[in-house]
Design a protein around this ligand. Structure first.
Ligand code: GLY
Length: 422
């Protein structure tokens, strides 16, 4: 099988590594890729937001399967173009990708599917902002305001704060730049990311993971695209994963089919496990980053065959997934100043070690690998348990040198110490 992966992050590096383990996959290509993926796949520099450009590349390399990693090409309809060209594609249509592209659409689908989620309101007129803020936050019993960009914002458009002025300032800055704002009630409880391979109404959950969105240890500082993750979750009973699959993801997949927006690809449920049970924080239309790096490190089932089956509508015929025992931890190495404007162009040393996945990296003409983005590398450690996986990841990340870089030191720590309870 000849597989083309679209994207350039550590998530795509993880997808390529897992695809490479599949004996049926004999050719791997990536567009545009990064300095790390260049070592394992043919690299092509095309505009991945253009359906025409992706189809032309898929035809040029005679791809049997195109796997689209990031949300932006999905929301723009690149998967539709690939399918229209008669090539199997793992990734939802533009219509179905609205589950992530428009938070308001996601809420509408969840309401229709009877799925518990946060109370929410969209504000698109600055004159209505103050009254709307008064319907959320501590005055009505919520510990904090949750203020989101209603469009795509790579995780960084979210502010969670008990300070009304900070909530107002973030909402006003979004409205000033023409972005509608989504206000939500705060969902208390540990968060879970459950990725499901979906083809129409068939839903196959992967191992659950947890990610760490704040930039600093102990969940301090601003939100990021994700600073680390671990999988599986020792504190989450299997029955809760079954409950999420049956009562959240399957009804949403069925609702999408009912709306003629059938979902084919990776449906990512982000949930909080509240005292009243699981409640959805958001749905995304693609593999999450950095959870994918941990989840796929444990997958034994050949990934190419699995994604191809979903892409051709044959997922129901696939055998149950097989996983390694043990645990995996991802720790993200971020550039100085991330999640603000990152410092770039610095030489990285030590990034060739096992378990290092690249994201914001490029190879300079002189051969040096230099930073070119905010999240620069993901380091994945595996082990018999979470503590061993953490040790493995931190041993490697501490050996990497990048001036000004930073990483969280507490990824998976509370879970490894048994401090997360339901
Ligand atoms: N892990 C957060 C995201 O992928 O959006």
């Amino acid at each position: 099988m000849r597989v083309l992966v679209i994207g350039s992050g550590a998530r795509e590096h993880a997808l390529l590594l897992a695809l490479r383990r599949d004996p049926e996959v004999d050719v791997l290509a990536v567009a545009p890729g990064n300095a790390g993926t260049a070592a394992i796949a043919d690299q092509h520099d095309v505009d991945i937001t253009s359906g025409d450009a992706v189809v032309a590349l898929a035809r040029q390399i005679d791809a049997d399967l195109v796997v689209i990693g990031p949300e932006v090409p999905l929301v723009l309809g690149v998967a539709d173009a690939v399918r229209a060209a008669g090539i199997a594609c793992f990734g939802p249509s533009k219509d179905a990708a609205r589950i992530e592209g428009s938070k308001a659409f996601g809420k509408e689908v969840m309401d229709a599917a009877g799925v518990r989620t946060a109370r929410s309101e969209v504000v698109d007129n600055p004159a209505h902002l103050d009254a709307a803020l008064d319907r959320f936050g501590p005055a009505v019993g919520d510990p904090a305001w949750v203020v989101k960009d209603d469009g795509l914002a790579a995780g960084k458009g979210v502010v969670v704060t008990a300070d009304r002025d900070a909530a107002r300032a973030h909402a006003a800055s979004l409205l000033d730049t023409g972005h509608p704002v989504l206000l939500e009630s705060y969902l208390d409880g540990p968060e879970v990311s459950l990725f499901c391979i979906v083809d129409g109404e068939t839903v196959v959950p992967l191992l659950p993971a947890q990610d760490f969105k704040r930039v600093g240890d102990n969940d301090t500082g601003p939100n990021t695209g994700g600073m680390g993750a671990y999988s599986p979750l020792p504190w989450l009973p299997d029955e809760v994963v079954t409950e999420i699959t049956e009562k959240v993801v399957k009804p949403v997949a069925a609702e999408m089919v009912k709306r003629d927006s059938s979902f084919c690809g990776l449906l990512y449920a982000g949930l909080a496990i509240t005292s009243r049970g699981p409640a959805v924080v958001e749905f995304n239309c693609r593999f999450g980053d950095p959870e994918t790096q941990a989840v796929l490190a444990l997958l034994q089932t050949p990934l190419g065959q699995l994604l191809y089956a979903a892409a051709i509508g044959d997922l129901a015929g696939e055998p149950p997934l097989q996983w390694d025992d043990g645990a995996a931890v991802t720790v993200v190495l971020a550039a100085e100043n991330y999640p603000g404007r990152p410092r770039v162009g610095d030489v990285i040393t030590g990034s060739e070690a096992d378990g290092v996945l690249h994201a914001g990296t490029t190879r300079r003409d002189d051969g040096a690998i230099v930073s070119s983005g905010g999240r620069v590398l993901s380091v994945v450690g595996t082990g018999a348990d979470l503590a061993a996986a953490r040790d493995a990841a931190y041993r490697v990340i501490e050996s990497i040198r990048l001036p000004g870089s930073h990483f969280r030191s507490d990824i998976g720590l509370a879970a490894a110490e048994g401090r997360i309870t339901l």
